[in-house]
Design a protein around this ligand. Structure first.
Ligand code: PBG
Length: 337
């Protein structure tokens, strides 16, 4: 065969000239309602509806407002949520007592959400930072260092209280060693065998959490989180952290943040292809895209959809994103056309 006459002989365009053909080559990249989880901040005041200044379009809701919002979102195909509690009047102390007290806004909200939206999957973030006086994700020993073993006992108590209230999934975001095992053990000992653990397994010490710390009022009052969150340059520690969590029995894994860590997402999927893998498009990523679109630098819908496709291509089975309501809206209007 005369190669010159057919050059270039690898002709990829012949496989992508029609949407149906493009779909066949993108089977892992489809965005479905199932593959989206919506993070929600919930406060004590039942009527609250406060926009978060650093995350325009994202609100802190009280339970009354939230139930109304959820009804619409579920009608629009929302399948799962991730709840974060934020406290104003309840006391913050050394051990985060109000993370699992009966007054905690998440503990109070779960049964009501289950009643109103029985099909909705409810995950709860499990952490100490929104409830401790120092704003760190663990408890301290008398020398002023994080006490890992005490922290994981506390975290397992908090996870158990959300599970008892009716959460389908508990999601520890603290990054202490051994927390998955401690939580699993406590859930089993309480007979809560149908509650899954979604581990924030490869969670990096990131600058993109800034708006979230405003939203959750959870910025550390001193120091930073470098001693328990992963160093930005280390894919080796990410692999070891994921392996640790799988060994301890995590049902689902997570990489966080999203876009700056797509490589870690891909290698995590390759490392453990049989565990559902989540990616968290965090608050700073949300703000970045929101403001870029606002300034006319990118088209919001197209840019958001491109990030979704990238997450799916890199191996994410589910994407946690503050854009969920908009994406569901876009899906609904595409289906109408
Ligand atoms: C709490 C927690 C954080 C996020 C989720 N859970 C903040 C942090 O670790 O500092 C960040 C989520 C986001 O930025 O959207 N430990």
């Amino acid at each position: 065969m005369d190669k010159k006459s057919t050059y270039p002989f690898r002709r990829l365009h012949t496989g992508i000239h029609h949407q149906v053909l493009r779909n066949w080559s993108s089977t892992n990249s489809f965005i479905t309602a199932d593959s989206l989880m919506y993070p929600i901040f919930i406060v004590e005041d039942p009527n609250a509806n406060e926009e978060i200044p650093s995350m325009p379009g994202v609100y802190r809701y009280g339970i009354k407002t939230l139930l109304l919002i959820l009804e619409n979102l579920v009608n629009n195909n929302l399948k799962s949520i991730l709840l974060f509690g934020v406290i104003n009047t309840l006391i913050k102390d050394e051990t985060g007592s109000n993370a699992d007290s009966s007054e905690n806004p998440v503990v109070k909200a779960i049964p009501l959400i289950r009643q109103k939206c029985p099909e909705l999957v409810i995950a709860c973030d499990v952490c100490l930072c929104p409830y401790t006086s120092h704003g760190h994700c663990g408890v301290f020993n008398s020398e002023g260092f994080i006490d890992n073993d005490k922290s994981i006992q506390r975290l397992s108590e908090i996870a158990a209280s959300y599970a008892k209230a009716g959460a389908h999934i508990v999601a520890p975001s603290d990054m202490m060693d051994g927390r998955i095992g401690a939580i699993k053990e406590r859930l089993v000992s309480l007979g809560l065998n149908n509650v899954s653990v979604l581990s924030y397994s490869a969670k990096f010490c990131s600058n993109f959490y800034g708006p979230f710390r405003d939203a959750a009022k959870s910025a550390p009052s001193f120091g930073d989180r470098k001693c328990y969150q992963l160093p930005q340059g280390s894919s080796g520690l990410a692999r070891r952290a994921v392996e640790r969590d799988v060994e301890e029995g995590a049902d689902m894994l997570m990489v966080k943040p999203g876009l700056p860590y797509l490589d870690v997402l891909k290698t995590t999927k390759e490392q453990f292809p049989d565990h559902p893998l989540f990616v968290y498009q965090v608050s700073g990523e949300y703000a970045m895209i929101y403001h870029a679109a606002k300034a006319g630098a990118v088209d919001l819908q197209k840019a958001v959809e491109e990030t979704m496709t990238s997450f799916r291509r890199a191996g994410a089975d589910c994407i946690i994103t503050y854009f969920t309501p908009q994406i569901l809206e876009w899906m609904a209007s595409k289906n109408k056309n």
